[in-house]
Design a binder for this molecule. Structure first.
Ligand code: TA6
Length: 293
């Protein structure tokens, strides 16, 4: 076969896991610097990076449940946001594409988790046969993170999944989020009431909302002082959570530092969390976000 220039290196992309993982890590993208070297994700100064607790910041991966689901028997015993973000994942491989110009260079890392590699405790709480491949792709102007979920068993299971992205911003008081206008949402700060979004979302206090935009292909844009900072395009992930803990909740989280750090972050989280997605035996689900700066 003629070797073509810039051929990506071999990459393990099937749901199967390598026999001997090269390295393992917890599943949170911790940092992302843009081409100018600016850090674009928020990470708490008190974030636990030793695996003792979910990382406060970056992009923790939520699976197989969002929040807790006491009324959903199969996931009712799982910890908040499920086990994926606290599990040790296998590094599956890396692929790079060189670039003639500066526009299409990319590096992609794949990580794997499956029933065979989660803890016995997690298996007890959620005994289904599954495989996850989590991919992180960096290009000069974008970060893509995506998940492929495979049902390796002989019975269906239901799941929720979400990319819990902590965006770094300069001043929350100058931030607005567009692309959610007219979307129905559940307001978790107001008795989980169902509401409809009028215009852009602004933050002047604790906000914890689960949006279900009518048109999932509309980009969600985070602007500051009228200038677009992040554009988020979603594939399959039909819901968007917007969260800012504000003063009281920030005060109450031991791993949230500095305490006024809520002024410099906003979570805009792409996910499939309205109800549960059913995955039949042998089927696969994939969802991705592309964040452009
Ligand atoms: O995504 C918003 C949310 O569900 C909030 O309700 C808040 O609990 C946040 O996630 C952080 O959750 P964590 O388990 O990481 O403290």
């Amino acid at each position: 076969m003629v070797d073509r220039p810039n051929k990506p290196q071999a990459l393990v992309t099937t749901p199967g896991l390598p026999h001997k993982p090269r390295s393992t890590s917890h599943m949170t993208t911790l940092a992302w610097k843009d081409r100018a070297g600016n850090e674009r994700l928020w990470l708490s100064d008190a974030a636990k990076l030793d695996g003792s607790k979910a990382v406060r910041g970056g992009i923790p991966l939520v699976f197989p449940v969002f929040g807790t689901a006491p009324d959903h028997e199969p996931t009712s015993k799982l910890p908040q946001h499920g086990f994926a973000r606290n599990s040790r994942w296998d590094f599956l491989g890396k692929s790079t594409t060189e670039s003639s110009g500066q526009t299409d260079a990319s590096v992609k890392l794949d990580f794997g988790l499956s029933k065979a590699t989660i803890t016995d405790e997690a298996k007890k709480l959620w005994p289904f046969s599954f495989s996850l491949i989590y991919s992180v792709t960096l290009t000069p102007d974008a970060l893509r993170t995506g998940i492929v979920i495979t049902n390796d068993g002989d019975q269906p299971f239901e799941f929720q999944t979400l990319l819990h992205t902590y965006f770094r911003i300069g001043d929350i008081n100058k931030v607005s989020v567009s692309g959610l206008e007219d979307a129905a949402y559940i307001d978790k700060v107001d008795g989980a009431k169902e509401k409809q979004q009028a215009g852009d979302v602004s933050i002047a206090g604790e906000v914890d909302r689960v949006y279900h935009p009518a048109n999932p292909s509309t980009p969600v844009v985070i602007s500051e002082g009228g200038e677009s900072k992040f554009s988020i395009v979603r594939e399959t992930l039909g819901d968007v959570v917007v969260w800012n803990p504000w003063t009281e909740k920030a005060q109450g989280m031991g791993d949230f530092e500095p305490k006024d750090g809520y002024k410099n972050m906003i979570c805009v989280e792409a996910g499939s969390v309205k109800g549960f997605t059913k995955l039949e035996a042998g089927d696969a689900y994939s969802g991705e976000q592309v964040i452009t700066v």
